[in-house]
Design a protein. Sequence first.
Length: 344
Amino acid sequence: MHGEYWLLPLLQRWSSSIVGKSKMVEKDHYGSIFHEQRDLYAGKSVVPLDPARVLRLFGEDRFKILHAISTQDYTQPMISTETLFLNSQGRVINRACVVAAQECAWLFCDSGKLAGQLAEYLLSMRFTLKFDIEPVKELFFYAGFCDPPERLAEWQDPWPNICPGGYSYAPTDLEQPPWGIKFFLCRTQLSGPFSGTHALLAGLIAAGRPSMREVDELSLPHELGWLRTAVHLTKGCYRGQELVAKLHNLGRPPRRMVRLMLDGQLPMPDAVILCDGKRVGRVTSVANHWELGPIALGVVKRSVPEGKVLLVDSEQGPISALVETLVSPDSGSVASVPRMKRLT
């Protein structure tokens, strides 16, 4: 902690700037989760989100800092992307959807808390670089499939497409229809109709789309299929890059993300996943989908057999779960390393 005293004024300035600023309370639903899902997917409603999720990064070195410490390539800065921030062991610590603009970059985060953590992290890495970051105070943030007027910034999810520099760990026979939801900032508040965050979450799960809900202290990008959209494998050095490249080329991720089709009820997030009575993973996101029923995302050990019916622990008793593979257990080890001939 001794070497971080210089950072305290920056963090205090940041903390004081966000006190009392949030004006949007996110709601799980507005009365009917299934109608809200149908309206959202049909482009008839939007999901109001807390503008505390949004950061404005500005200054001449705004893309230089993103390129230096995140997983994406920002040498061509006028490209909107998804990027990850890793620790030195290659574990995921944060994520941002980056919208490039003429005078700034908008960073869309998974929660207001994560946005605050990302702002503090970026400021701690500033040193001699010329950039600053601030929270959004007088704008409105939404998700949806429509195109409302007066959008200040918009990010459209590329999932499940493979972005430049990316790589798919999904099984070759996995059908993944386009997701394509948009996140946008508006200058004025929309009048509705609105859908709750449950509708958004149900769509993310159905699309097999990872978010920070799937992340724990050990999460690697490979395990969640994030090499598809959030990692540029040839951009060069960044924090955690050595582990990302080594695991992709020579190793295999120890865990993998799956989709769970649940039998009748929803467990709580972080519920234990069991295979033959042994703990093999955890549930990360859960929702009731208007077509698929109770569904969830989870992370399990790579060794869990494909097609196996697993059990999810819950207060009401074990829940049967049919597992759909999203990240192949054979993923990784893409480099062709010649074998040395044995001496005879």
